[in-house]
Each structure stands twice: as structure tokens, then as C-alpha cells.
Design a protein around this ligand. Sequence first.
Ligand code: ZN
Ligand code: MN
Length: 129
Amino acid sequence: MSEVKQKRMTKQKRVIYEVLCNTKTHPTADWIHAEAKKQVPDISLGTVYRNLQILLEDGKIQELNYGKSQSRFDGNPAPHYHFVCTKCGRVLDFAPDAPLVSEEVLAAAPGAVHSHRLECYGICRDCLS
Ligand code: ZN
Ligand code: MN
């Protein structure tokens, strides 16, 4: 690959990563694409998906897959839990000091756990008030 092309790819990846790290909204690839375009006007959605895949493989981000709806992405790769508001659709982080599911629970799995996710569904504080 040419050096120019390599540099361009690196810049695109950096912009995508920064967009993701600068939001707490757990955005979709479409949203990341729209934001990244403000800095790299000709960036394609395919490029966004490709770079998200690379960042996932590098363990720098995580993907939150909710089955039928579009995946969301999280710039924080550390294990933490999410709250999904069934009214406004927002995906929020639990408080940073919230404890994780205990080793006891994970040990009760019918196999060796290598990772786990937890989502709680309900009505967020904004929607409640
Ligand atoms: Zn809400
Ligand atoms: Mn999160």
C-alpha cells in the first residue's frame, strides 16, 4: 500500500475513534459517519464500518448488538453495564463504580465464560421527570 493511502487510512481511523470517544451516546455507524464527515467530507459509510471492525479487533471499542435494531458502538472497551430507555431509546452507562456480576454468577454458567454483557431496560430519569 502506498504511503499516501496508508496515511489517509490512519487519519480516517483516528477521526472515527475520536468521534466515538467524544460521545456518551453509544452511537450507530450512521451517526458516526455523519460526524466523521465534518472532518473528512468524502469518508464513506463502508470505510466507517471497516474501521469500526478494526477497532473492535484491536479491543479499543465495543459493539452493542441489540438484535433487530442497528448495532451501537462504545468507545469504552472496559466491562460495564448499560441501561436502555424503552421510552426515548437512549443507551446510558451505569455509574462507573457499579459492581459487575459476581464470579459466583459467572461460575454457574454451563461453560467457560470469556466475556459478558448486561443490559437493563426501563425508563430513564429524564423520561421519568
Ligand atoms: Zn428516556
Ligand atoms: Mn457504555
